[in-house]
Design a protein around this ligand. Structure first.
Ligand code: PBG
Length: 331
């Protein structure tokens, strides 16, 4: 329990707010570049390495550009990058084989980054949507997203990513049982130290819109993802999902989206005390960045929004602001 303050004027809270030095001394929660994971979009489709219209300031990068980003991250003290491929539409099928091709774009980018900047942790996305002609995170039959068949595909995909040198796998698909299946396949293949950061509590959110533009999935997606992603009206279910994924072998867990779900972040950290991450998703970025560019909000909202995650108990944040925020934090 917090100590109850003595009555005024023995207690004046403003004493500790009078000057920056005192405010710094008593600050409870801090944000540093080391708390950030930088999601980037990669492509090898000629001409697609261009700005993403709904995410001002974010561009798709070539593999070479991704290596430059990794160097930039290292210079800024950002420990990890997360890769999302914009796949050539000609490679998308309903069976999604490209997802586990050892030489797919994402796996080539992993190898290139690990060769050039080995100290940067490379995180991947494990889900079928960038490769699926139907735009879903799982295999679809007769309009139904299949759980168990999808897991087999995801396990292949995860193994190919681990083989390419990924440090952190990020299953974002929300199928049931995928963490356990991936963990045992990784152990069996000798990838014992590959980290799984499970998107444990991922909500069916309209805040993902700009991301789907960035990876070229918007056009393909038929319907919505509500049969596998969480209902935004639920909270206890998030705790059960986190418990389940930890039990199946996740090393770290994620809540997604971020700012609209800070209550969930706080409950997860309080309940489990495990490494907990939040994803400040594309729509949150677009909202804040758009307002900043219009002069409606000051740039300070960026660090304030990120600090909120730390206050809610998150150990780290996936954010498109990572390089910009790290630069400000180091200034
Ligand atoms: C899909 C995936 C999504 C995001 C990360 N992985 C979108 C979705 O579920 O449709 C969203 C990230 C963002 O909005 O920034 N596997």
């Amino acid at each position: 329990m917090p100590h109850l303050p003595a009555a005024f004027p023995a207690t004046r809270f403003r004493r500790l707010r009078r000057m920056g030095a005192l405010r710094d001394l008593v600050q409870e929660v801090r944000l540093s570049p080391a708390d950030l994971i930088w999601p980037i979009f990669v492509t090898d489709v000629p001409g697609a390495d261009a700005p993403v219209a709904s995410m001002p300031g974010v561009s798709r990068l070539t593999v070479e550009g991704a290596v430059r980003a990794a160097e930039q991250a290292a210079a800024l003290g950002i420990p990890a990058l997360c890769l999302f491929p914009y796949t050539d539409p000609a490679l998308k099928t309903e069976t999604c084989e490209e997802a586990w091709s050892p030489d797919n774009l994402s796996n080539r980018a992993i190898r290139a980054i690990k060769a050039a900047v080995p100290d940067i942790a490379v995180m991947t996305d494990v889900a079928l949507d960038p490769y699926n002609a139907l735009g879903h995170d799982g295999l679809v039959r007769d309009g139904v997203v299949l759980n168990d068949e999808t897991i087999e595909a995801l396990v292949r995909m995860a193994l190919a990513q681990a083989e390419a040198g990924a440090d952190i796998l990020g299953p974002s698909d929300m199928m049931d049982g995928r963490i356990g299946a991936m963990r045992s396949a990784l152990e069996a293949a000798g990838h014992k130290d590959v980290v799984i950061l499970s998107y444990a509590a991922k909500y069916a959110s309209a805040f993902y819109g700009p991301f789907r533009d960035a990876v070229g999935a918007s056009g393909a997606l038929k319907g919505d993802k509500k049969t596998y992603q969480m209902n935004p009206g639920n909270r206890d279910e998030a705790l059960r999902l986190v418990a389940r994924d930890l039990d199946e072998g996740a090393d770290m867990v994620m809540i997604k989206p971020g700012m609209p779900y800070l209550d969930i972040c706080a409950r997860v950290k309080d309940a489990f005390g495990v490494p907990t991450f939040a994803y400040q998703v594309s729509g949150e970025y677009a909202m804040l960045k758009g307002a900043m560019l219009n002069g409606w909000l000051k740039e300070e909202v960026m660090l304030e929004s990120l600090l909120a995650f730390r206050r809610a108990g998150c150990d780290g944040i996936l954010t498109y602001f990572a390089p910009e925020a790290a630069r400000l934090l180091r200034a």
